[in-house]
Design a protein around this ligand. Structure first.
Ligand code: FES
Length: 96
């Protein structure tokens, strides 16, 4: 769906559902995951359907993820960081 136009100058490693993923330093979590071919970020609470980023500017809240243990973080407004742990809630899960 998405592809990079050029290789990033520097990268960091994040963990998506415990799997390591090298992404471009300085990009948002949503852009990093979409660039890696990950378009489904969570399941909708009511019907369980797949949800993923839509607006990429903080308005739709379809990019919610658990990031470094904090639930309901907007992936499109959060910059990746070395060692960041990203969890995609695929069932309705109460925050820990
Ligand atoms: S993609 Fe819409 S709020 Fe993040």
């Amino acid at each position: 769906m998405f592809r990079r136009l050029h290789e990033p100058a520097s990268t960091v490693t994040v963990f998506v559902d415990d799997a390591p993923l090298r992404v471009a330093a300085g990009e948002t979590v949503a852009a990093a995951l979409l660039g890696a071919g990950i378009a489904v970020f969570r399941a909708a609470p009511r019907h369980g359907g797949p949800r993923g980023p839509y607006c990429m500017i903080g308005n739709c809240y379809d990019c919610l993820l658990e990031i470094d243990g904090m639930p309901y973080r907007q992936g499109c407004l959060t910059t990746v960081a070395e060692g960041m742990r990203i969890h995609r809630p695929m069932e309705h899960e109460e925050p820990k």
